[in-house]
Design a protein around this ligand. Sequence first.
Ligand SMILES: [Mg+2]
Length: 125
Amino acid sequence: MKIVIADDSSVTRKIIIKMLRASGINNEILKADNGKTAMELVEANCKDIGLVLSDCNMPLMSGIEFIGAMAKNPQTANIPILIISSDGAVENIKQAYIVNSNVMGYLIKPVTPSQLKEKIGALLD
Ligand SMILES: [Mg+2]
C-alpha cells in the first residue's frame, strides 16, 4: 500500500520520509505540497493508499479541508489518516477528528522517530 505525505514544507516531507525509511517502512510514498494536490493524488490512487499523513497549514487547501473532502468521497472515506501539524490548538485537533472519522492520531511537530514509528506501526499492521 502506498503512503501519501501532504506538507507544504519540503524539509518536513524529507524528514518524515527519512524517519519512515529508518523505521523499516519501505512503502511507496506519494508527496503533495498542498491539500488540493493531495486530494487529487488520493483520488487517483484510492485503491492503493493505505495511509495519509497530513499537515494542517498548507496553501490552496488546508489539511482540515483536505481530510474533510476525503470523508465526503466514498472512494477515499475509509483511508486511515495521521495528522502531523505544528498547530496544537485544541480546537484544530477537535476539528480534525470531527471532519473525518478515520483520523487515527494527531502528532504535534516536531515529531520524534519513535512517536512516528509507534503510530504508524499500529496503522500499517
Ligand atoms: Mg504547513
